[in-house]
Design a protein around this ligand. Structure first.
Ligand code: HEC
Ligand code: HEC
Length: 342
């Protein structure tokens, strides 16, 4: 009898641990491999070259703007202003908040409306955009080919180029650097790996809410806290136009009206203000919008059915915020170039 009880307890114990093991915590950890295309594998030479190009202001007409102006490593890989300003191009203001490029290698789509898929396709856009670097590639490519130092580096990184710089190689080099911009180990990751003290009790409650009552994981799931998909969280009322139409501009179907890509929540404390239009200053406010059914009492056209009032009180909102703060890791190790090829 006693032996039987022991056996039962053992079986129950096993079942319980099996059941809790079904909560696969590994999905919260960054995969060790960065996805990379077959025709543009990551190599140290390519990273180094891409990094120089990323920080080189000669890629803009004003000579003052580089990719880093709007996606700076010391500013959480963004520019910390609501909508990006291209300093030097008559202060023209773009219409969207500069997203972080952190973990962009893992994204299926780039831009708030997901209009391009790969980082290679993405990289040339901002160079030519009037509100970004305002530099025509027809001007830039000869300019780069006149810089001996760059010719050499392209030849080393892409031997097949023979040192002749083309749009294609330029895009590939920048994309390679971007692929190395990945999140570091945050307190939350140490918690997932088993260090139960790595995050506070408040953050643990927040994590439970995030997966449970608040249903944030419907959209912010996996190690990068995004489903890679698009939703309208009910930020803006009234008829939307221009960039506000979001993915509708790409797909042209009513279902995509005002719909934006779910952003990562990694290092989220570093990349304020929030949302595609930078209209939200704090994490508390962003959480309230996503947890309380959007920004308005009334329903907003095409708001996601998953954005609804989850009945959370102030304490619970704060717990969610506390959890999201645990997703911030130390800045990645990076030597920002100060000397550029001549
Ligand atoms: C003047 C500011 C500015 C400059 C300069 C700039 N960007 Fe951006 N970047 C933005 C904005 C704003 C967006 C979002 C645009 C949108 O979604 O419509 C963006 C989007 C992106 C994205 C997509 C990220 C995501 O999660 O969707 C990547 C990657 C990126 N930029 C990389 C670069 C690179 C590489 C350069 C240099 C060649 C560069 N950017 C130059 C402002 C800038
Ligand atoms: C229906 C999908 C969906 C759900 C559910 C959801 N979010 Fe979001 N979240 C988004 C999208 C999409 C955005 C960007 C919206 C935009 O800019 O228009 C966003 C933006 C955010 C931002 C701002 C991020 C940034 O970089 O600007 C935070 C913070 C956030 N959500 C937290 C939460 C929390 C906490 C919950 C749970 C209470 C939650 N979200 C539930 C889809 C969702």
């Amino acid at each position: 009898m006693i032996a039987n009880l022991g056996l039962n307890t053992l079986i129950i114990g096993l079942l319980v641990s099996l059941l809790s093991a079904t909560e696969d915590m590994s999905k919260w950890l960054r995969p060790s491999e960065v996805p990379q295309p077959k025709n543009n594998k990551i190599t140290p030479e390519r990273i180094e070259l891409g990094k120089l190009l990323y920080f080189d202001t000669r890629l803009s007409t004003s000579g003052k703007i580089s990719c880093a102006t709007c996606h700076h490593p010391k500013q959480g890989w963004t520019d910390l202003i609501p909508t990006s300003k291209a300093v030097g191009h008559n202060g023209l203001t773009g219409s969207r908040n500069s997203p972080v490029i952190l973990n962009s290698a893992y994204q299926k789509h780039q831009f708030w409306d997901g209009r391009v898929r790969t980082l290679e396709q993405q990289a040339l856009g901002p160079i030519e955009a009037g509100v970004e670097m305002n530099m025509s590639l027809d001007t830039l490519i000869p300019l780069l080919n006149n810089i001996k130092g760059y010719q050499k580096l392209f030849k080393k990184a892409y031997p097949k180029s023979g040192g002749v710089i083309t749009k294609d190689y330029l895009a590939k080099a920048i994309a390679t650097f971007e692929r190395t911009v990945v999140s570091t180990e945050a307190p939350f990751d140490r918690y997932v790996k088993g260090d139960k003290k790595a995050i506070s009790e408040k953050a643990k409650k927040g994590f439970a809410l995030f997966k449970g009552k608040a249903k944030c994981t419907t959209c912010h799931d996996g190690f990068n806290f995004t489903d890679g998909s698009f939703h309208n969280v009910g930020l803006n009322d009234g008829e939307l136009t221009g960039a506000e139409l979001g993915r509708y501009n790409v797909k042209g179907r009513a279902g995509w009206y005002g719909v934006m890509k779910t952003p990562t929540l990694r290092d989220i404390t570093k990349s304020y203000p929030y949302m595609h239009d930078g209209s939200v200053k704090t994490l508390e406010e962003a959480t309230e919008i996503c947890a309380n059914g959007g920004r308005y009492e009334h329903n907003v056209k095409n708001k996601s059915l998953d954005i609804k009032d989850r009945g959370l009180n102030k304490t619970e909102i704060n717990q969610l915020v506390s959890f999201m703060k645990s997703l911030t890791g130390p800045d990645m190790k990076l030597k920002i170039p100060t000397k550029f090829p001549q």
